[in-house]
Design a binder for this molecule. Sequence first.
Ligand code: DQA
Length: 145
Amino acid sequence: MPKSVYVLNGPNLNLLGQREPEIYGRDTLDEIRLRVEKHLKSLGFNCEFRQTNSESELIDWIQEAGQNGDGLIINAAAYSHTSIAIRDALGAVSKPVIEVHLSNIFAREEYRHHSFVSEVAAGVICGLGPQGYLLAADALSELIA
Ligand code: DQA
């Protein structure tokens, strides 16, 4: 059975394409999903790509990824900067985790410079737009192998 990678997206990322396009670009999350699924498939992985606006649902999915997945790519969006609960859920995952942000969070407001997710991520990719998810997939496939 192919190994599987969870790609979890947090609040407001359902609005990509219309939401502050000068910061987040014009690609919709659905377009990004198709690219990521195709890329992961080419690397030999199944892809479980999801988005939620709910912190509790994101925590449930992180736990599910820890049980059923072989690796996790996460853009926790604003929860990255606020949620110790999400950090703790990720801390309980024994598979590799890569954190992604579309924008360069270090070139933005100071409250975005700290991410609780980074403490428990094997690596962090930010500022490269949707390409960041593909690079995260490449990195994960090395870490999983
Ligand atoms: C984001 C950056 C976060 O600071 C912000 O709250 C988001 C998106 C990004 O992908 O650039 O919602 O995670």
